[in-house]
Ligand binder design. Structure first.
Ligand code: SF4
Length: 356
């Protein structure tokens, strides 16, 4: 998460040095509609306290505000969105991302932060649908709704590896800022050891003419990229083969389920539970998503079956999943597309099984 000191400093600076009548700080935690509300997150993270120390006029819990349905002219995928009203009402928008890697987005920087302008915990819950294979294009489309006037990147301590939730800290001691978020993301990515074209949101936004990703055409002032470069460990988003006794069958799937299962298994790996102990307590696990033409339902017999997402029912292999659910010892369904919450829920459910 963004360092609260950055939030405090930005609020204080704007209060002291701008003509803004009011300064608001808002956020909308992700992880899907079943997990995460803004108010407790603001409190637990220290963000609310930091904003108030900086002199903020209003802390805005986006998930308690109205949304406005907007058309997005020029969008390729996300042509209509329900957008939090405060973002549309603001005269000036300052975007405050953290420098970190991300299983689905490769990195999450200024453009990916725009995932937070649409609701998760809400009847419109569009964040769920944003997390299928076209996540980068959807972030570019959302960026058309309202560009940031300034993006300030907290790169004091970044995150590398299995981000955004199970990575490791990497000390950078940097603050970056850009008026063009695409250019800012491109430079930040380069500092992290990625080519900007590897980052789906940056690639899509630049291709759509929303900003510049060509490092040679971006004016970098202050430190040079080379002088602050650190090679961030890349996230691995493949959940298959992590454990003997925990089988992932997902031959025809998209990143919406695939990546989030990996995210859940990374958290489970960090829980300290040993797989041998888990297997003794709970038995074997099978996780299914999408089409599974090669799957043999007998392989789920007397095991704990987890069925992710909605689309498995539309594949010719759906009867195999139904048959497997009859043979399994326990069955848990995670509906949704993309069911982003499995990121947290599957990990929690596995841990609960281990304790039974
Ligand atoms: S339910 Fe299917 S289409 Fe939806 S995120 Fe999962 S694999 Fe992708």
């Amino acid at each position: 998460m963004v360092d609260p000191r950055v939030v405090e400093a930005v609020v204080a600076y704007v209060k002291e040095n701008s003509k803004a009548k009011e300064v608001w700080v808002g956020d909308n935690p992700s992880l899907g509609q079943h997990v995460g509300r803004a108010k407790p997150a603001f409190d637990a993270s220290g963000m609310e306290k930091a904003a108030r120390l900086g002199g903020v006029d209003q802390v805005v819990y986006f998930d308690e505000t109205d949304v406005v349905e907007v058309d997005i002219p020029g969008a390729k995928v996300f042509k209509k969105a329900a957008v939090f009203k405060p973002l549309l009402d603001a005269d000036v928008v300052i975007n405050l991302p953290k420098m970190k890697v991300h299983l689905a987005g490769t990195v999450t920087l200024g453009l990916k932060n725009w995932n937070g302008i649409i609701p998760n915990y809400h009847p419109d819950a569009q964040q769920q649908g944003a997390h299928r294979i076209e996540l980068g294009q959807k972030m570019a489309d959302l960026y058309r709704v309202r560009k940031a006037d300034l993006t300030i990147y907290d790169a004091i301590i970044g995150m590398e590896g299995q981000g955004p939730h199970a990575g490791t800290p990497i000390e950078m001691n940097l603050i970056l800022a850009a008026e063009d978020t695409v250019a800012g993301d491109a430079v930040a990515s380069k500092i992290m050891g990625f080519d900007p074209i590897e980052i789906p949101a940056v690639r899509c936004a630049a291709t759509d003419g929303l900003g510049e990703m060509d490092i040679d055409k971006i004016e970098v002032v202050g430190e040079t990229i080379a002088s602050v470069f650190k090679h961030f460990k890349r996230p691995n988003n493949d959940p298959i083969g992590m454990y003997n006794g925990l089988t992932c069958a997902m031959q025809q799937t998209c990143p919406g389920c695939y990546v989030n299962v990996r995210g859940a298994l990374d958290s489970f790996a960090n829980s300290g539970i040993k797989m041998d102990d888990f297997l003794k307590a709970a038995g074997e696990v099978v996780v299914l998503a999408g089409g599974v033409p090669e799957f043999d339902p007998a392989d789920a017999k007397d095991k704990n079956l987890f069925v992710c997402g909605d689309c498995w029912e539309y594949f010719p292999s759906a009867d195999k999943v139904r048959e497997a659910s009859k043979l399994a010892k326990s069955v848990t369904y995670y509906p949704g597309c993309a069911p982003v919450y499995i990121f947290a829920q599957l990990n929690g459910d596995l841990q609960a099984l281990a304790k039974k």
